[in-house]
Design a protein around this ligand. Structure first.
Ligand SMILES: [Zn+2]
Length: 82
């Protein structure tokens, strides 16, 4: 399954989908461990935000970003929809 595009969880921009869902999920796992739930509610970021996150992953920025991701996932779960 491939979407037409994705919305960056960081900057909110919409981009062409260049990854398959599996690839993105793989990347999420290697980046965030098992904290990302395996569901339709995949949280993705654009290349720019991704690089930014990776380059600052030991900083407070990364902590805040992870919090944001969790909030987004929680919101999706509460809504019970995609
Ligand atoms: Zn972005």
């Amino acid at each position: 399954m491939k979407a037409n595009g994705y919305q960056c969880a960081m900057c909110g921009g919409v981009f062409d989908d260049t990854w398959t869902t599996e690839e993105a999920m793989d990347e999420c796992k290697s980046t965030f461990g098992e904290k990302i739930t395996e569901s339709d509610d995949l949280v993705v970021v654009c290349d720019d935000c991704y690089k930014k996150t990776m380059s600052e992953q030991n900083s407070n920025f990364f902590v805040e970003f992870e919090k944001k991701l969790r909030e987004i996932i929680k919101t999706h779960e509460n809504n019970g929809s995609k």
